[in-house]
Design a protein around this ligand. Structure first.
Ligand code: AMP
Length: 141
């Protein structure tokens, strides 16, 4: 069982600090975010300490992911939302503040004013093929 003494989410999992827990499973714990973007904003955290998604064993990641449909559906229904965002800030450069992997479930409804800036850009000619080739090599390696 991987657990870090000073990790805030490990401490919640161990019951050392309080949290508003909504689901306690073998693979993951779900509790309300203390600074919600919307009422019902929930964090789903693996019960073992993995800093980021890419460092998690596939099976454990699958077990955590398996809880998401039911949790997401409950979050939506509980607060009367009509959608939700599933968000992982994976790594500090991606906005991760707490270095224990967590999945945000953020309730959404039409006109709620939440949203993300998608600063989209196009591919240069040939760039998509080169990137895809590099990705396929990484996946095969
Ligand atoms: P991230 O930027 O993805 O690392 O988000 C970390 C999230 O953890 C933030 O939304 C915080 O509000 C939330 N958070 C930090 N400490 C606690 C805590 N003790 N209980 C509940 N949520 C927390």
């Amino acid at each position: 069982m991987l657990s870090e003494p000073n990790c805030v989410f490990c401490r919640i999992i161990r019951g050392e600090i309080p949290a508003t827990v909504i689901h306690r499973g073998e693979a993951c714990l779900a509790f309300l975010d203390i600074q919600p973007l919307a009422s019902g904003h929930t964090l789903v955290v693996p019960t073992q300490h993995y800093p980021t998604l890419d460092r998690m064993p596939e099976q454990l990641a699958g077990e955590v992911a398996a809880a998401l449909p039911r949790l997401g559906s409950a979050v939506m229904r509980a607060v009367g939302a009509t959608g939700f965002n599933v968000l992982i800030n994976n790594g500090s450069d991606a906005g991760q503040v707490v270095p224990h992997l967590h999945i945000h479930l953020i309730p959404r409804r039409a006109g709620d004013g939440l949203g993300f800036r998608w600063n989209v850009r196009g591919y240069q000619p040939g760039e998509a093929d080169r990137v895809a080739e590099s990705l396929r090599r990484e996946l095969a390696g």
